[in-house]
Design a protein around this ligand. Sequence first.
Ligand SMILES: CC(C)(COP(=O)(O)OP(=O)(O)OC[C@H]1O[C@@H](n2cnc3c(N)ncnc32)[C@H](O)[C@@H]1OP(=O)(O)O)[C@@H](O)C(=O)NCCC(=O)NCCS
Length: 260
Amino acid sequence: MDELARDFFGRHPDLSLAALGSQANRASLDLMPAGCSATFYAAEQHPSLVERYRDANALAFPGDLTLPGWVLSDLYLLPGAIGMLACHGRFLEVPTRKRLNLGPDDVAIAAAYYAAPTVEPGTFIGVSLLSLVPKIVAGAWVKALTLKMLRAKRLRGVAQWASPAVRVHTRMGPLRVVSSVPGTHEFRAKSFVYESDLTDALAWTGAMARRAGGTPAEKIPAADTERLAALCERAEGGERIFVVPPGLDAGGNVLIKYGQ
Ligand SMILES: CC(C)(COP(=O)(O)OP(=O)(O)OC[C@H]1O[C@@H](n2cnc3c(N)ncnc32)[C@H](O)[C@@H]1OP(=O)(O)O)[C@@H](O)C(=O)NCCC(=O)NCCS
């Protein structure tokens, strides 16, 4: 992974890795994930960076999913840290920069990821992934490096079957389908809970490089929510079902494998 990460930052020298969280969390993070140096910003001392994160988040998640300020403080910054790819404003496309009210030399957030700690040591819940710079795999890189900063062993998260984010998530390896989404999530009907095993470094690196895959046993249209809901039910019943890399094909089908 170190070599791939070096190559990514070599190709994008304007990007740098950062973590933003409560001062108390600094010591628990690995600030050299995959050999990349990360700058830690204590949220208490960098309120304008917190604002910039909130603005970037609002751009990526408008409407129903807008992040309330208290959730950002209580559930993101206090228990953990947000991983970021930082850059100068000029790295962003002009319309994006304008919508964020950023000058060319302002510090900007190109991509960010937050995963929340759980009661199970080493297990995190993916909460929020955003990228404002498409086509350079920024989403997968910020996700992978943040999970490494957090020393995560296992990740669970909610994803929408038809979202390009499924392709990003499968860069961490196959996604085990865990269940439908508990509770009253706004996108419950078109989402599922997945789990990524992050303990096999070689497999993770292969997935990041898109070397790993697996022949799907079945391709299910991402819009076929009935069939996909049935899949979640089978997973809840104990069957092992995976979404295999790259997750979604060009025709909008989810790539499914059973067993193992
Ligand atoms: C999802 C998101 C993070 C991806 O950003 P990114 O990493 O910069 O995206 P990229 O351009 O590198 O594309 C990532 C992958 O999705 C694919 N993709 C991008 N747009 C796509 C589309 N409209 N349809 C299908 N696939 C698409 C790319 O081909 C790429 O696949 P690859 O990894 O196999 O190469 C970004 O679009 C975003 O912030 N969206 C809004 C917030 C959101 O939905 N977050 C996810 C919540 S779970």
